[in-house]
Design a protein around this ligand. Structure first.
Ligand SMILES: [Zn+2]
Length: 191
């Protein structure tokens, strides 16, 4: 973990139908908890890192069940929940620390931008599209290509782009100037 992580609390337990492990830490002054639960069934299981904001926990990162569920033992009172789920909590808290210490630019969703997101979904996946983005996809999109930049252009159009480096002239000018032609990103290992 990072140097600014302070341990606050942890809790673990196991029954014949579930076991859980919760670890609460302070990262860069924010209270963050990793909450992991392994039930008999997949839909009684989950792994999330959450940050405390205004008395509410909001999700920072989540670990897809496919990444760990089959590698963990089925519930039993003999399971050492902290030993089994502790490494997963550590991984989630590490991702949470990365997010909190290098926050992405805050995006305010104006009504126009909200409708532009609707158009992005509709034009890419159909006018009545529904799309559920899994935690793995979010991590993959964050790790590959450029940071998402959104420009509301003077003519009412909206540009969504992951094609440029943050220091590219196109990004610095919010779409006013052309790309400096030095924006290359490694090809992702998973499409
Ligand atoms: Zn560029």
């Amino acid at each position: 973990m990072t140097a600014s992580t302070i341990e606050r609390d942890q809790d673990a337990g196991a029954t014949s139908t579930r076991y859980h492990y919760t670890r609460v830490v302070e990262i860069a002054g924010r209270t963050v908890r990793a909450r992991l639960e392994r039930g008999v069934y997949r839909n009684h299981s989950g792994a999330v890192a959450e940050v405390l904001t205004d008395q509410d926990w909001s999700t920072l990162a989540a670990d897809d069940l496919n990444n760990w569920w089959h590698d963990t033992p089925p519930p039993s009172v003999d399971v050492d929940a902290a030993a089994v789920l502790g490494p997963l909590a550590e991984r989630l808290l590490h991702r949470a620390a990365e997010i909190l210490t290098a926050p992405p630019p805050t995006v305010t969703l104006s009504p126009h931008l909200y409708r532009a997101v609707s158009a992005l979904l509709a034009t890419s996946s159909g006018y009545n599209a529904e799309c559920r983005i899994d935690p793995n996809d979010i991590t993959w999109a964050t790790d590959n290509g450029g940071t998402l930049h959104i420009f509301e252009n003077p003519d009412g159009s909206v540009t969504f782009t992951k094609a440029h480096r943050d220091e590219c002239a196109f990004v610095a000018s919010k779409g006013g100037q052309d790309c400096d032609d030095e924006c290359y990103f490694d090809l992702p290992s998973r499409i």
